[in-house]
Design a protein around this ligand. Sequence first.
Ligand code: C2E
Ligand code: CA
Ligand code: CA
Length: 583
Amino acid sequence: MHHQSTVIIIDDDPLIRLVVARTLQAAGMNTLEASSGEEGLRLFKDNEIDAILLDVMMPSGIDGYATCYELRNMPEGKHLPILMMTGLEDIESINRAYEVGATDFITKPINIPLLSHRVRYMLKGSFTTQQLLQSEQRLHQMAYFDDLTELPNRHFFQESLQQMIALAQRKKLKLGVLFLDLDGFKRINDTLGHHLGDLVLQATSERLRKSIRISDTFAQPVISQGDISLARLGGDEFTALLPLIERNEDAAIVAERIRIKLAQPFIFGEHELTTTTSIGIAVYPDDGETSEDLLKNADLAMYYAKRSGGNMYCYFSNYMMEMAVRKLSMESHLRKAIERDEFYLHYQPQFDVEKGNFNGVEVLLRWENKELGQISPVEFIPLAEETGLIIHIGEWVLRKACNQAKIWCNQGIPLTRIAVNVSAVQLLHTGFAEMVNDALTECSLDPSILELELTESALINDVDVVINVLRELKQVGVQLAIDDFGTGYSSLSRLMNFPIDRLKIDQAFVRNLEENSDNGAIATAIIAMATSMNMKVTAEGVETNTQLDFMKNKSCNDVQGYYLSKPLPVDQAEEFFIKKYQL
Ligand code: C2E
Ligand code: CA
Ligand code: CA
């Protein structure tokens, strides 16, 4: 454990003691307070002390100089760091402070943000004042500014936000916090290298500086006092603080101006790059009264702007908060869903176009929770993936599905396929193929009946790892399908590397086939391509007879969709098959 320093603050002014103590505590130090020199000396005798902050002028009892002198004459006080707080920046009082043995001095009014750095620095060893004065500037730079862009950093931002809140409160004015995040910055960094990434960040900062100059714009926000201040929080995250605005709309004027400015292309050597920006806005006091709340809410609003496609600004709203709260509560319920037996499966029949009979099912997970009600997989699957819970949940689905398939096979239902959705997270989890093999042997199901549906995006990351897992799965003997095909980025040549048996045409290309000829062309191309590569094709989301006919004409192998059957609970699925096959 790292030793926590204890510092005595000796000052007759209770307000200064309070502020200094808070500051040092926030920097991880213990503090003791004394309102007079005598009390300070007593505290020093009775405690293990690492440093002392000492006011020079104290009206009653001994003053700071005398206290310092006394301290230096005590055996434990010889090497004690003592920081004198003088109200007077004259050479004489500073000289006197050194004469009585002060390690360093600081002038009042105290520069609060710097104080903890000064104390920590002093605690590290005995530095001469000269060294300290030189390093102060550097320290200030390091502690408050970002090297890359020379913008103020997160620390600086938080402190100025706090100060502005206090001011806005007094003046009964509003305050705008803009949270900016570049869209697709990670891609630039990953594909073009960190050097170019750095250039983008620097150029972005430069544009930000320009875009907040108010004079050169028509629409002028009403900013009663002070300038807009910028900061870089880290990575590709920036903030702009709009001091003392009168109307919430003023924040949007600035946000829009920034958005436009940043959406212009950058040119670096031979590279022309365009990055857009998502901006979240939170306004004091409407959207939060503390700096933490405002920043958090502006961040949340940014997240919504990004999720709505990026290159836009979004105001924080309570709805977002509700959604975030819902997500948290959902997560905690999701953790207990298996043990509480809240999951069950639906089965959607699949139809063999050529033979004209049903031949398989897709397994779709359902979740019903007492408090939250019925939750769509579209909502909870991404959360399960994010939290890693999908590993456990996915295994449950697979085992359950295999058991059910076995039961149906035993009943004589000629099921040739049970398709189970598998997330990228599961696929990359070590031992996945082994688990699948386990599940199959446990209920002695023919592996070739099981089809795993993988998304395109699951295949494009960690290609080497993925190919290995897919080979293992082929050895187990299962079928592999690519789900939602056409929405991802896979190129044909890339697909050739994977041992894939089937493509599922995404619903988006099946829907509106009648009106949208592009969709028809894409579906046709996918079928032709798959056939040439010896893959089967399933069209999903077939809702009309016209769509079914289209697939028939194009020799699509299988179809699935509301037109043939909705996903059914287990007993209805059973009934459906028994009726269809006249068992
Ligand atoms: P998906 O794999 O694309 O599944 C097909 C979705 O389309 C299902 O939605 C299904 O109910 C719906 N659907 C079927 N036919 C039609 C139709 O004719 N018209 C329309 N409009 N929709 C149709 P669902 O059940 O809400 O599932 C949504 C998604 O959740 C699935 O999309 C899949 O990505 C995911 N999911 C469901 N169960 C699991 C699971 O066990 N594991 C994983 N990893 N993901 C799952
Ligand atoms: Ca699917
Ligand atoms: Ca799908």
